[in-house]
Design a protein around this ligand. Structure first.
Ligand code: FMN
Length: 357
């Protein structure tokens, strides 16, 4: 599939997740089967662009094309400037954030809260498209199904966005009011897909190859976006890709193979953050990776006390090496033996999807 004129290798996308989908994580997912990754959101507030946090978020060193940057804000002019700024720094696709449930910018709620103010949402879309179009940069939109259960305006907004020049729409099957609670619903996504000619991406609670197939079938979406289920397990993309193309499951991943992938990711991670911040921010990735393993929770608790890259690498390497002796294969998806530790809970691995709101 394409986003505008830009071709993608497949239709499995990593969701933008603030504090997670930094450049090393995006690279990790792309290496293990994701066809597309969007950056963590970058603020439209000019005074923050040179901050360490935003500069790291704008780092695309060595990133596999296409480079897609998500921008967040509430002012059309500032959003247009942010788009131009990121294009000058390598962005080939600009994504507008109307999907995040909680982000306050200049005392105004940004992200999915914009869905409550359709005129402002459209003014932002038009302003961003106006600066991107002459630069041949497609603009995409990520949204929820609406503000709350009674105000699910994704279809109205998606139609208007398409008319305003948006090249692709992603819909997370929850309202803003829901946050991450309850289950994602896919009827609204199916309705958006049926109404639009541009590609539509289904997002929300996709956590297994079977679920991926069901959501694709039910919504008719052009692509799937996966967030929490890829935390610590980016090889879910190759597992899903294989299942969708063959109907068969990939053989289970050897623990020693996953060990090498994780260690490679840690090295890349430290290269972006340095020792101090690198060790701290790597903890969550390690925690997510080991959460499904026997002894994973105890290992995570101990590992959180380590303060150097060398110690962290050594501990992870030894833990997984030891585990491989007794359990050579990584557990299948949904077979967690210890509690999940992600910031936001993901729904359990559903046998069937919820078909109505
Ligand atoms: C830790 C975290 C951070 C997130 N940050 C963003 C963000 O910056 N922009 C955005 O559009 N959505 C953000 N999201 C929402 C995800 O992109 C996605 O829509 C949501 O997690 C549902 O997909 P999933 O069920 O596959 O996780 C975030 C989600 C999580 C869990």
């Amino acid at each position: 599939m394409n986003i505008g004129h830009i071709p993608l290798t497949n239709n499995l996308f990593v969701a933008p997740m603030a504090g997670v989908t930094d450049r090393p994580f995006r690279q990790w997912c792309k290496r293990l089967g994701a066809g597309y990754a969007v950056s963590e959101m970058v603020t439209s507030r000019r005074e923050l662009w040179t901050s360490l946090k935003t500069s790291r978020r704008s780092n695309h060193d060595g990133e596999v094309d296409p480079i897609a940057v998500q921008i967040a804000g509430t002012d059309p002019l500032m959003m247009a400037e942010a788009a131009a700024y990121n294009i000058d720094r390598g962005a080939q696709i600009i994504d507008i954030n109307m999907g995040c449930p909680a982000k306050k910018v200049c005392n105004v709620w940004a992200g999915s809260a914009l869905m409550q103010n359709e005129p402002l949402a459209l003014a932002i879309i038009s302003a961003v498209v106006a600066v991107c179009e002459p630069r041949r940069v497609p603009v995409t939109l990520k949204m929820r199904t609406g503000w709350c259960h009674g105000e699910r305006n994704a279809l109205v907004l998606a139609r208007a966005a398409e008319s305003a020049g948006i090249a692709m729409v992603t819909v997370h099957g929850r309202t803003r009011e829901q946050g991450y609670s309850g289950l994602a619903e896919y009827d609204t996504i199916a309705a958006v897909k049926a109404a639009l000619s541009i590609p539509v991406v289904a997002n929300g609670d996709i956590d297994s190859p079977e679920k991926a197939r069901e959501v694709l079938r039910y919504t008719g979406a052009d692509a799937l976006m996966i967030g929490r289920a890829a935390q610590g397990r980016p090889w879910i993309f190759r597992e899903i890709a294989h299942f969708l193309s063959t109907g068969e499951h990939l053989p289970a991943t050897p623990v020693l193979q996953a060990r090498q992938w994780l260690l490679d990711h840690l090295v890349d991670h430290y290269s972006l953050y340095g020792e101090l911040a690198g060790v701290r921010t790597a903890r969550k990735h390690i925690g997510w990776a080991v959460r499904s393993l026997p002894g994973g929770e105890a290992f995570r608790a101990g590992m959180n006390r380590l303060e150097t890259c060398k110690d962290q690498i050594q501990a992870v390497g030894e833990f997984l090496h030891g585990l491989a002796d007794s359990q050579p294969l990584w557990p299948a998806i949904g077979h967690a033996s210890s509690p999940k530790t992600c910031d936001v809970p993901i729904a359990a691995n559903h046998a069937s999807i919820r078909l109505t709101a």
